[in-house]
Design a protein around this ligand. Structure first.
Ligand code: GDP
Length: 195
């Protein structure tokens, strides 16, 4: 999809601040530094819609981006910081549970993983969360420009097996650097957003 208009509606610390919008929402999550901001920017054809290099201090907010006045990306703070406090972890869990449990507009989880690595336990937990709430699952294996052609299939298999992906889930190899996979990602996003 060509993005003509992209606007940050709000960075919401809690459900009281969620925007009162009717648009379908795609939730984008991934561990910190996985390349989520870069992917959001690549999908939207923007250089700095989402801030690349988010700091741990910004980890408590859900960012709601309205695209072309018809679709919302919900940018979940990157997880997996080693030195996060128990209280912060609890807060993150509550925030996600509130969202998955209460937000009617949600249409799919787009989980971003690093194409070079085995997904983490935190990735598996996030996926289980989405499965529990019966949210369709799209996996973007990003940074594929860094994976040798000879290693590609092996890496994708590792990701698929670690996340126990099923037939209905989508695993899409991509790269924000060379834009691989962007059309396929949009195709699947728009399918679930039903727009
Ligand atoms: P975030 O913390 O998940 O939002 O990750 P960022 O988007 O800030 O990216 C983290 C680092 O990975 C940055 O140095 C990016 O330039 C780099 N990066 C992100 N996506 C890609 C990609 O597709 N290919 C390559 N080679 N580097 C990437």
């Amino acid at each position: 999809m060509q993005i003509q208009e992209a606007e940050l509606l709000i960075s919401a610390p809690g459900k009281e601040q969620w925007p009162d919008t009717p648009y379908p929402e795609i939730v984008l999550a991934g561990r910190s530094n996985v390349g989520k901001s870069s992917l959001i920017n690549a999908l939207c054809g923007r250089k700095k819609l989402a801030y690349v290099g988010n700091t741990p201090g910004k980890t408590r907010l859900l960012n709601f981006f309205l695209l072309n006045r018809k679709l919302v990306f919900v940018d979940v703070p990157g997880y997996g910081y080693a030195n996060i406090s128990k209280q912060q972890l609890l807060r993150f869990g509550e925030m996600m549970e509130d969202y998955f449990h209460e937000r009617k507009q949600k249409k799919a989880l787009l989980l971003i993983v690093d194409g070079r690595h085995k997904p983490t336990d935190d990735d598996v937990t996030m996926l289980e969360f989405a499965r529990y709430f019966e949210l369709p699952i799209i996996i973007a294996a990003t940074k594929m420009d860094k994976v040798k052609a000879s290693q590609r299939q092996k890496q994708l298999k590792l990701i698929s097996e670690t996340l126990a992906l099923s037939e209905e889930d989508h695993l899409i190899p991509c790269s924000s650097a060379n834009k691989e996979g962007m059309d396929r990602l949009w195709e699947v996003i728009l399918h679930y957003a039903q727009i």
